[in-house]
Design a protein around this ligand. Structure first.
Ligand code: NAG
Ligand code: NAG
Ligand code: NAG
Ligand code: NAG
Ligand code: NAG
Ligand code: NAG
Ligand code: NAG
Ligand code: NAG
Ligand code: NAG
Ligand code: NAG
Ligand code: NAG
Ligand code: NAG
Length: 639
């Protein structure tokens, strides 16, 4: 890091040099600093075609974020793509900090040629997660990677320490450019992706694959596989020839351990399983095959990797291990219902997971959300309660902070529990009662398996059922040990119900993980608002907050000596800034900046979605940057 680069708070990126991963983990401070150069690579050709693949520091999938409970992750993202970019951290709860969630409703995009640093904490979490680019359909081009949150040393884990851990990211893949797919989505009937990659590599059995993945094991040892479905559309059944798996964790919860021959993983879900190398030392097939598809053994849509024993005497052979009938959803449903929460084990904390449970809670509110499709103004859209989400130029979170939403969204315009009469496009923001238990029923009117994710929370998966949900459906709920996670599948023609405790104020995305559905409107935001003015409740915007849309950056501050509106450093309790989640006493018209909030200029006609780093006090930021840099070098020097 040259001293010069610190001068500009937000630096124009030199995109030519990308292969410079900077991984520094400072054990004592529990800060993890990462520099990510995100670019398009045309030479990887995982599916044999020379489409752009989104890499991070040249890697596909991107680098592992290997964190421990409560670590603080600093990810400086350099956008070397020609599309605006945001990353979201699937399943990371961003306690009191939806500013770092990285979806269109919370952050202005990082423009091409720019960089921006996320800073977030893995507060009170453990488990298996992943990250991915959240906007512009970029996920279909890659850019995803694994996140592990390890237990702190003082917390015991409910299984013996494995010999090694492997990240297993599998997902479907289009063999054409994400840009082509994106441009055709609204107008043409785009076929689902027809390839399957495991850790960015094609099938062992398909000679079009450039390479295939090998998991190395030693006979007699046990391994932890951290599995995520990073794809865009297909659910997969995962299995290993001649080997069983023990399911131990999902999306941050320890489950009651069950032995499985195969595991269904839906889009956006994560699991960890233990696999013991207890067979003869040869090679074995590792298979992920699509649900609800007749894809044959050797099709590109069947992922095949290799489990390779040390001193293996033969390559993988025989036929692929049989999975369940891909159209037998009953198998999948029964398996889902058998995944329950281990109430007695500790997780991020030593007290039992089950000490916070739903066996006796009072529901304050029920959301009934129905996913469907509709044609709106001639284009095909996905809808929730007949509303197709319309992404405003201004992130909801910014509007919330600067103008109590005025001019960008209106809270509860659309019903949370009935479908709009006509299909419309709109900015669907639903309120949730702070600390009032909320039941969310997700119904699927589509003919594919849907998968829903809520940012900011884990939820209790209390039930699934056929047809329409009715209040009597509650009689089949499991309120004793429902699994706690953040992504739940919804089978076609069925519903899934979850309970969530909205104790995390902020603006939170509730979305279909199926990329096309999400991109075409199957999402909404849930606003959790806490009237308590204590600033400890929700974090103030970060110092490097990007502005865009209605709230444009102020004109450049000419000289550092000119007094700027005072904004305290984040670590100092803010004396003059109003608590972030509390709206200004009266909503000012958008052109009047709210009292003592940094003054963005409002330009309703702002067309190019430019976003610039907001820099209230250049002097101070410069000092801060230099100080950070100095202490950084000091730490490296003493490392
Ligand atoms: C991840 O972090 C843990 C805890 O610090 C460490 O034991 C492990 O070796 C790390 N794994 C990788 C792949 O870096
Ligand atoms: C951009 O990167 C530089 C380091 O190259 C860093 O000092 C600066 O804080 C980053 N900008 C933002 C907005 O994160
Ligand atoms: C690849 O496999 C197909 C059959 O799946 C076969 O027809 C073809 O000849 C193979 N190509 C090469 C280069 O081996
Ligand atoms: C297994 O070993 C091979 C050969 O050394 C290596 O190329 C491969 O990356 C290893 N696999 C994993 C998942 O580490
Ligand atoms: C649940 O966790 C406890 C405590 O770690 C462990 O002893 C027990 O085996 C686990 N139960 C199951 C069914 O996995
Ligand atoms: C392992 O190899 C031995 C000797 O080749 C054979 O008898 C046995 O059936 C094999 N076991 C398995 C599980 O394949
Ligand atoms: C899959 O195969 C079954 C049985 O062969 C057939 O009934 C069904 O129509 C096929 N489905 C698709 C989508 O091709
Ligand atoms: C691929 O699968 C089809 C259908 O199962 C089969 O007919 C064909 O022989 C297979 N090809 C190869 C190369 O295995
Ligand atoms: C369940 O809740 C009711 C009402 O809040 C309370 O009276 C009762 O003691 C609770 N039961 C248990 C087992 O916690
Ligand atoms: C911000 O800038 C003003 C004017 O240059 C200066 O007086 C003040 O000390 C700065 N604040 C901080 C925290 O550096
Ligand atoms: C802010 O918006 C909310 C929801 O629309 C409304 O209930 C509240 O009264 C507004 N606050 C102010 C200060 O206008
Ligand atoms: C899994 C499997 O069937 N492996 C076999 C592959 O072929 C060798 C040699 O014929 C056998 O020893 C393995 O059992």
């Amino acid at each position: 890091m040259a001293a010069g680069s610190a001068v500009s708070h937000m630096k124009l990126v030199t995109c030519a040099i990308v292969l410079l991963p900077l991984f520094v983990t400072i054990a004592t401070s529990h800060n993890i600093f990462l520099d990510w150069h995100v670019s398009a690579d045309f030479n990887l050709k995982p599916a044999s075609s020379d489409q752009p693949v989104i890499t991070i520091n040249g890697m596909f999938p991107g680098p592992l974020i290997n964190a421990t409970t409560n670590d603080v992750i600093h990810v400086n993202v350099f956008n070397c793509l020609d599309d605006p970019l945001l990353f979201t951290w699937n399943g990371i709860q961003q306690r009191l900090n939806s500013w770092q969630d990285g979806v269109s409703g919370t952050n202005c995009p990082i423009q091409p040629g720019r960089n921006w640093t996320y800073v977030f904490q893995t507060k009170d979490q453990i488990g298996t997660f992943f990250y991915f680019p959240s906007i512009n359909f970029l996920k279909a081009g890659g850019g995803f990677g694994p996140i592990r949150i390890n237990n702190r040393a003082v917390i015991s884990v409910p299984f013996p320490k494995p010999e090694a851990e492997y990240d297993v990211l599998f997902g479907d893949w289009y063999s054409t450019s994400y840009k082509d797919i994106r441009s055709r989505l609204a107008t043409a009937d785009v076929l689902p992706p027809d390839w399957m990659l495991i850790n960015g590599k094609g099938s062992y059995l398909n000679n079009l694959s450039q390479s295939y993945e090998i998991f190395n094991v030693t006979q007699g040892k046990t391994y932890l596989l951290r599995i995520s479905n990073v794809g865009t559309a297909w659910s997969f059944n995962f299995r290993i020839q001649n080997h069983q798996m023990v399911l131990v964790e999902t999306e941050g919860s320890y489950v009651n351990q069950i032995e499985l021959d195969s595991l269904d993983v839906h889009v956006g879900q994560s699991y960890s399983v233990l696999v013991t190398a207890n067979q003869n030392a040869t090679d074995y097939y590792v298979v992920a095959s699509p649900k609800m598809s007749n894809a044959s053994d050797n099709s590109t849509l069947v992922g095949v990797a290799v489990l390779h024993y040390d001193h293996s005497t033969s390559p993988a052979n025989g036929s692929l291990p049989w999975g369940p009938d891909p159209f037998d959803l009953q198998f999948s449903i029964i398996q889902a219902e058998s995944i329950t929460w281990n109430l007695t084990t500790g997780a991020a904390r030593s007290n039992p997971q089950g000490s916070f449970n739903v066996s006796n809670v009072t529901i304050s509110e029920t959301f009934i959300l129905q996913a469907s499709t509709a044609t709106i103004n001639g284009s095909s859209r996905y809808t929730v309660n007949n509303v197709s989400y319309l992404t405003p130029d201004t992130p909801l979170k910014l509007a919330d902070y600067f103008s109590n939403g005025t001019g960008v969204y209106e809270l509860d315009t659309y019903s949370k529990n009935t479908s709009n009469v006509n299909a419309v496009s709109g900015v669907f923001v639903a309120s949730a009662i702070h600390k009032g238990w909320t039941e969310i029923v997700l119904e699927n009117n589509l003919d594919t398996i849907d998968s829903w994710h809520l940012d900011g929370f884990s939820f209790f998966v209390v039930g699934m059922g056929y047809g329409k949900w009715i209040p009597e459906s509650r009689s089949i709920y499991n309120l004793y040990d429902p699994v706690v996670r953040s992504t739940v599948q919804v089978y076609p023609g069925m519903w899934s119900a979850v309970y969530v405790y909205p104790d995390n104020p902020g603006m939170w995305n509730l979305r279909s993980q199926n990329l096309k559905s999400w991109y075409l409107g199957e999402e909404l935001y849930v606003r959790v608002y806490d009237a308590d003015p204590n600033p400890a409740k929700e974090k103030p915007p970060p110092k490097n907050l990007l502005l865009c849309g209605k709230f444009q950056p102020p004109a450049p501050i000419p000289a550092p000596s000119i007094p700027a509106p005072s904004i305290p450093a984040p670590s100092i309790p803010p004396p003059s800034i109003p608590p972030p989640s509390v709206p200004p006493p009266s909503v000012p018209p958008p052109s009047i900046p709210p009292p003592s909030i940094p003054t963005p200029s409002v330009s309703p006609a702002a067309k190019p979605p430019s976003s610039m780093a907001y820099n209230p006090n250049r002097t101070r930021s410069l000092i801060a940057v230099i100080t950070t840099a100095l202490s950084f070098f000091y730490i490296i020097g003493s490392y």
